[in-house]
Design a protein. Structure first.
Lengths: 335, 329
């Protein structure tokens, strides 16, 4: 990325490191992550459980639970560092310029508060709307996310809605103040495929209408294929590959990305006798190996991989496709 | 498919009686399973797919008599299992095993891996105290775990390893039939593939028959011989794997398939999805007639009144749909 592109970055995270203060001393969960989101761009953040994808996003908003701390790094949003901002300033950003949609709407919605009141809250707080105006806007928002009979739904409690409806309410709350950036953390993981398809279409549609940037966190490489402009693949708290979406699926470079893609059965290819799989399991935080964290499972691992940590380096001529792998990078230099 | 099936399910019905309201003052019935019939043949993998609440897990539980059936029969070795009490069911339990979704809650945290695998063998007298250790070692090798794991506790293992232990425990009884109830759904993608391959290897080695309950259609396509699609407690369609995925007949199956994302960005962006409107209705008050009619893109008048017949539309391809049965679709 060059300087001129950099100005278009809405969110720019550099060297973000998050540690858990555990019984056995501090364990690094997020290990110096660099990532950015351009204006109007949809970024997919993909990784398996424990790779640090959710903690990265929570740490941006300083929403980390006790005993989990950001120890290094900066996260600039619109040119201002979220990590050093005062709490008062940060409150304006949370739910205002940055909307959040969490995975589990049942635990993220307040069970004793009517849906309408939860929707009006950010509007009254951030946009200083009157209660009556906020209610009008809340009806619009519920209609926008495709909830039938929005006027009546305002007075419903979360438990009276189905899972898909609750997730729509979460999205409506995330969108309430026309955020510049919507961060969605596995918003469809708990939902059935037909409902998932509805939600994905809804977010695509809203993104095109409102021109916002989206960060979509998921473990599902198939889901993100039709949604993202660019995808970042995380493994054990580090970025292993970062590429425009078409490049990533056409030319997956990091052995982890390749293994992951190969292990996903699809509806279109011929069913093989056995799926290809990645042997072993991801390392636990605090017990990560020296060198490349993927080396113990990697078919291409060399001596250097066990000693040194590979850097995220450009692998295509335009420099938009980057991977952190010694094998890939040495092969490129040799070619 | 003319051979005698391993297990025959006839018109299985399961209703749950529940109490609603803050004080449980309202009695209600959940129509979880309604008139489900299917044959399961030896050595095959029959998968049941559908969305949450469609009754696929209930089918598995009711077949194993873990839920008492409200009606219908499950015939295994000439016996109707639904009529057996727990004591008479016990000898059959050895043949009929289950692997659950969450390997953590189904393993006793105070038992070592070896104890968990050994217990069913001792109970069914398949091992003596003398050869128990060797048998545990053999089972651990079967599921690809190092033998030193026998003395470990579940909390020391990862999710994938725990699921391997649960599979070893099911295998310990030398079963004929295993219900895999969302057995891989809780696992990460890279681990899922390992467990799927393991299940396929074991099936070959021991000629196992699986009832594979899952919601991931791509996985189901990969491992199944036949696939049944359920909606709100009823079977909508049941067909050999390729027929179901290549020429689905029921409109619900079509919608379900069109909702599955693929790892191909260009294909995904240009794809016209057939998106179902609305949510699955409540099984407390399922729609009359065809249960899918409230969301069906091709519903006709008759669909809201008459339950569609469960009919063989093509050889071995059964479907319950008025439009298909009358040749309109």
């Amino acid at each position: 990325m060059t300087a001129q592109n950099k100005q278009e970055r809405l969110l720019d995270v550099k060297g973000l490191t998050v540690e858990i203060d555990g019984r056995r001393g501090p364990a690094v969960v997020v290990d110096g992550i660099d990532l950015y989101v351009g204006k109007g761009e949809t970024l997919g953040v993909v990784g398996e459980s424990g790779c640090g994808k959710s903690l990265t996003m929570l740490s941006l908003m300083r929403l980390l639970p006790n005993k989990i701390k950001v120890t290094k790094g900066t996260a600039e949003f619109n040119g201002r560092d979220l990590q050093t901002m005062s709490n008062r300033e940060l409150r304006k950003v949370r739910g205002g310029d940055i909307g959040f949609v969490f995975q589990d709407p049942m635990t993220s919605l307040n069970p004793v508060m009517k849906v309408g009141d939860q929707l009006c809250e950010p509007l009254i707080y951030h946009r200083k709307m009157s209660k009556a105006d906020a209610r009008k806007r809340a009806v619009e928002l519920l209609r926008l996310v495709g909830i039938p009979g929005p006027e009546e739904r305002l007075d419903a409690y979360p438990h009276e809605l189905s899972g898909g409806m609750r997730q729509r309410v979460m999205i409506a709350i995330g969108l309430a103040c026309d955020p510049k950036l919507l961060i969605a953390d596995e918003p469809t993981t708990a939902l059935d495929v037909t409902i998932q398809a509805q939600i994905v279409d809804l977010v695509k549609d809203l993104r095109n209408k409102l021109g916002m940037s989206v960060v979509w966190i998921t473990h599902d490489l198939a889901l993100i294929a039709g949604l993202a402009d660019r995808v970042v693949v995380l493994y054990a708290g580090t970025v292993v590959e970062d590429a425009p979406v078409d490049d990533l699926y056409a030319n997956p470079s990091h052995p982890y990305t390749r293994g992951l893609l190969a292990s996903i059965p699809t509806l279109s290819d011929a069913p093989a006798a056995r799926l290809s799989s990645i042997g072993g399991t991801p390392p636990e935080p605090g017990r990560r190996p020296a060198g490349c964290p993927f080396a113990p499972r990697c078919p291409l691992a060399m001596d250097i991989c066990l000693r040194e940590v590979p850097k995220l380096e450009p692998i295509s001529s335009e420099g938009r496709h980057r991977a952190a792998c010694f094998a890939v990078n040495t092969a490129l230099k040799a070619a | 498919m003319s051979a005698e099936p391993l297990l025959r399910v006839e018109n299985l019905v399961k209703h749950f009686h529940v109490k609603l309201g803050a004080f449980g003052e309202k009695a209600a019935t959940v129509y979880a399973l309604d008139d489900v019939s299917l044959d399961i043949h030896e050595g095959e993998t029959l998968s049941l797919v559908g969305e949450s609440g469609c009754g696929k897990s209930t089918t598995g539980f009711t077949i194993l008599n873990l839920h008492r059936a409200s009606g219908g029969k499950v015939i295994y070795k000439g016996q109707d299992l639904t009529r057996l009490d727990e004591k008479h069911m016990r000898p059959f339990r050895r043949d009929l095993q289950i692997v659950f979704q969450d390997p953590y809650s189904t393993l006793n945290p105070r038992m070592t891996v070896g104890e968990a695998i050994g217990e069913p063998m001792l109970f069914h007298k398949l091992a003596t105290k003398a050869d128990l250790k060797d048998k545990i070692t053999a089972l651990l090798q079967d599921v690809g775990l190092p033998t030193r794991f026998a003395s470990r506790y579940p909390h020391e293992l990862s999710g994938g390893q725990r699921q391997r232990v649960v599979i070893a425990r099911a295998l310990a009884c030398q079963p004929k039939f295993i219900v895999c109830d969302e057995a891989i759904s809780a696992l990460d993608v890279s681990i899922q593939a390992q467990i799927i391959n393991l299940l396929l290897d074991l099936q070959e080695k021991y000629r196992l028959t699986y009832l594979f309950i899952a919601h991931d259609l791509a996985v189901v396509r990969h491992i199944s011989t036949r696939v049944g699609v359920m909606y709100l407690g009823r079977l909508a369609e049941l067909a050999p794997r390729d027929a179901l995925f290549q020429t689905p007949l029921h409109p619900y199956t079509k919608a379900l398939l069109s909702a599955v994302p693929e790892t191909n960005p260009e294909h995904e962006r240009n794809r016209k999805r057939q998106i179902l409107q609305g949510d699955v209705p409540s099984p407390l008050d399922p729609p009359a007639g065809c249960r899918f009619h409230s969301r069906c893109p091709i519903a006709m008048d008759v669909c809201s009144k008459v339950v569609p017949e469960w009919k063989e539309a093509r050889p071995n391809h059964l479907v319950a749909c008025h439009a298909v049965n009358s040749g309109l679709s």
